[in-house]
Design a protein around this ligand. Structure first.
Ligand code: PAF
Length: 286
């Protein structure tokens, strides 16, 4: 049975128990509204650790003032059932007050973790200025509370994953980060809790993102096309029914733009459909 824990005190007690027994702990940090993408992370955690903790917390510090914090889907009952089916041991779902003891970034009373500027002033960070500070802060808190050996993150949030790996390295955190591949619907649409906001028509329009990803991948792999300017034009055309926020080809080590495809190039898209901000990406090889 999966235990639902809402307080830090209770979580710490449980973690202490696990540690005393010498058990390994896997952590899957989520904001809930769990879908197959999350389930794949939980499955991996369950298969690689003695105990698995899934956090379900819509983290206020990573949302901007005009973003969807209030309407972000909250489906704890279903999340608990889903996590239980896969064999998670704990679902940790604190309230914002429990997590931040009444503080948020806005009131200037919180210590927070600031990822390097050169990693957060690019891609999603351009339109979401405090987002990655909020992510790094809550993830650090979750690492400290869970004392996990391994933590599982999806490649769909490629920039987030890179920033967390850098944070773990720079701050000598004692945890292993396990990257997990993007999970897609049969249509190709990358799984996201925000897909829930889309109408049937919106879902069709949103397919332009994955279509663009696969078309560019095919042009690079099979067409031997390496010129980023040409590939960007192809992508823009395919995305013309969406509101493109960015189309970027960057070195996945440092997020610097590249002009020619080389190994470890991240091709990343952010675009809005029906006002819903969607992201997708793929790692390209030379
Ligand atoms: O990827 C997410 O769902 C969130 O950014 C995370 C890592 C759970 C932190 O709130």
């Amino acid at each position: 049975m999966t235990l639902l824990i809402k307080t830090i005190k209770e979580l710490k007690e449980k973690v202490k128990e696990y540690k005393k027994e010498g058990l390994t702990i896997g952590l899957v940090p989520t904001m809930g509204a769990l879908h197959r993408g999350h389930f794949s992370l939980i499955e991996k955690a369950v298969s690689q650790n003695n105990r698995t903790i899934v956090s379900v917390f819509v983290n206020p510090t990573q949302f901007g003032p005009n973003e969807d914090y209030d309407k972000y889907p909250r489906t704890l009952k279903e999340d608990l059932q889903g996590a239980e089916k896969i064999g998670a041991d704990i679902v940790f779902s604190p309230s914002p007050d429990e997590m931040y003891a009444g503080c948020t970034l806005n009131n200037n009373y919180l210590t927070y973790v600031a990822p390097p500027y050169e990693y957060i002033n690019k891609l999603c960070g351009k339109s979401r200025p405090n987002h990655f500070d909020g992510v790094a802060t809550v993830v650090t808190k979750l690492f400290n509370l869970s004392e996990a050996d391994n933590a599982y993150f999806g490649m769909k949030d490629a920039q987030q994953l890179l920033i967390i790996r850098k944070m773990v390295k720079d701050l000598n955190m004692n945890i292993n980060i396990v990257p997990c591949p993007i999970v897609r619907e049969d249509s190709g649409l990358a799984m996201s809790s925000r897909n829930n906001y889309l109408s049937q028509n919106g879902r069709k329009t949103a397919l332009a993102l994955s279509k663009t990803i696969f078309t560019v991948e095919n042009l690079v792999k099979n067409g031997n096309i390496k010129d980023v300017r040409y590939l960007t034009d192809v992508a823009l055309k395919l995305l013309e029914d969406t509101e493109v926020e960015y189309i970027e080809f960057v070195d996945y080590d440092n997020l610097e733009n590249v002009s020619t495809i080389k190994n470890n190039t991240l091709f990343a898209i952010a675009a809005r459909v029906e006002g819903v901000r969607l992201i997708d990406n793929i790692l390209l090889e030379e």
